[in-house]
Design a protein around this ligand. Structure first.
Ligand code: SAM
Length: 446
């Protein structure tokens, strides 16, 4: 929309921009088109737009053929958008984007985020919609310039801090351009900037325990003028050795460390507290025949290398409200790394019963005990990875204690969402879990 059109529309719908809602409408058409072009949209994409306003960006996103899900807090603007784009692929949700259930987006095959964000809640929105793991694959954000500089900041600059590292740990941030206040109506008091975020490659180095990384970064930046050794002494008493191992001088302050050096430091802290990542030990598993009769035992690596039939358990843990707890397997797993899987699952050791293994996996992977109910048994097949599987269910509301070497993340999801998610993004799941879930659904329906 051009400036004159925005002016006329606002008068027609009797809206005067509300400062407390950060209502500064973009009237530079070329800029709006350029922003949306950066998303490389196709009709297969779903665009999540936060704060669509009068539709400056929405218009170009829809023109690409993509579906747009727009969340607008102002009821008058939400209604205006529904009318303006009636019959198009736009779904307008009237509400506060801070309350939106991001998990719902996993059921869409590809999601890209676009937002000329209301600056009064921009940092909260940014943190909410970049929370890991995320169904979103690209973020295009108009932010207050100062905030854009902070998230894109490099070491040894005034803007580099805990927020820069929180975002840069998982995302590549590109500061694409500074945007003057004159392209908005009304003009904001500050300059703006446009940034693009892309997820980092999974092969890039990540801390062994993201919570440890966040904790030491926060502590390190709590007093920027202090040398880190005075702030992190409790975590790393042998500071000189740690600094040397991570490649920085022992007198360094927080802002001097690169993201990679922060990761190395966090890993040392994890290691010292006994949380080092050991590669899965070569447990000895029961080996079985086609009738699931034990015929011997062999080390795990040998079982997998030779496709020997063996046994496993899967446990589906539901909350008392009926949601399913899914785990995202850790990146260090040799099989199905980073895929979503049953709440707890694992092999039967030699001499172990199915029931005993299910109880043990629940304790080892989620840190809890619960009554287990047998659901179904699956024959060994390619989908199950040559495993005979007994599937169990249990009820528990958590909290769970997830071992970071095994599990990257865990969360409850509504069952119907899990079914739609598998249909939309099957490659994100461990194949054996999909088998279990399909069977579980079939039994529930019968
Ligand atoms: N995208 C439009 C544009 O570029 O012209 C409008 C951008 S304006 C800076 C921010 C928009 O976010 C406004 O329409 C405002 O009503 C909306 N908004 C403010 N707070 C919101 C919230 N918490 N959730 C969703 N939308 C919000």
């Amino acid at each position: 929309m051009k400036l004159s059109e925005i002016d006329r529309t606002l008068r027609e719908i009797r809206v005067s921009p509300v400062k407390t809602l950060g209502q500064n409408f973009l009237h530079d058409q070329n800029l709006a088109r350029w922003i949306v072009e950066k998303a490389d949209l196709t009709p297969e994409d779903c665009v999540l737009e936060i704060g669509p306003g009068l539709g400056a960006l929405t218009e170009f996103a829809l023109a690409s053929g993509a579906e747009v899900l727009a969340i607008e807090k102002d009821a008058r603007l939400a209604e205006f958008l529904r009318q303006r784009f009636a019959g198009s692929r736009l779904e307008v949700v009237h509400g506060d984007a801070l309350d939106y259930d991001v998990r719902q987006l996993f059921a869409r095959p590809r999601v890209k985020f676009i937002g000329n964000l209301p600056y009064y809640v921009a940092s909260q929105l940014l943190l909410k919609f970049t929370q890991y793991p995320t169904p979103i694959s690209l973020w295009l954000l108009m932010l207050q310039k100062e905030m854009a500089l902070r998230i894109a900041a490099a070491p040894n600059t005034a803007e580099y801090g805990a927020l820069s590292l929180a975002i840069q740990l998982r995302y590549r941030v590109e500061y694409l351009r500074t945007v003057p206040a004159t392209v908005f109506l009304p003009q904001p008091d500050v300059e703006s900037a446009f940034v693009r975020l892309l997820p980092r490659d999974v092969a890039e180095r990540m801390p062994r325990d993201a919570a440890v990384f966040t904790r030491i970064v926060r502590r390190g930046f709590s007093q920027r003028r202090k040398q880190l050794r005075n702030l992190l002494r409790d975590d790393l008493p042998d500071w000189e050795i740690a600094a040397h191992a991570c490649g920085f001088t022992p007198t360094a302050r927080a802002q001097e460390l690169t993201p990679e050096q922060w990761i190395a430091l966090a890993d040392l802290v994890s290691e010292r507290s006994g949380q080092s990542i050991e590669l899965a030990s070569d447990e000895v598993l029961a080996v079985v025949d086609e009738q699931d009769r034990v015929v011997g035992s062999a080390p795990r690596t040998e079982v997998h290398a030779n496709n020997l039939l063996h046994r496993a358990v899967h446990v589906l843990v539901f909350s008392s409200g009926g949601d399913l707890f899914l785990q995202k397997r850790s990146r260090w797993k040799d099989r199905c790394p980073l895929l979503w899987d049953s709440s707890a699952a694992g092999h039967l050791n030699a001499g172990e019963s199915y029931d005993a293994a299910a109880t043990r996996e629940l304790r080892e992977e989620l840190g809890v005990a619960a009554e287990l109910q047998r659901v179904a048994k699956f024959p060994a097949s390619e989908q199950t990875g040559q495993e005979f599987i007994w599937l169990y269910r249990a009820t528990h509301d958590g909290p769970f204690k997830l071992p970071s070497r095994e599990i990257e993340h865990g969360e409850f999801f509504p069952p119907e969402l899990v079914t739609r998610w598998i249909a939309a993004r099957p490659a994100e799941f461990a194949p054996a879990f999909v088998e279990c879930w399909n069977e579980f659904g079939a039994l529930a329906r019968s």
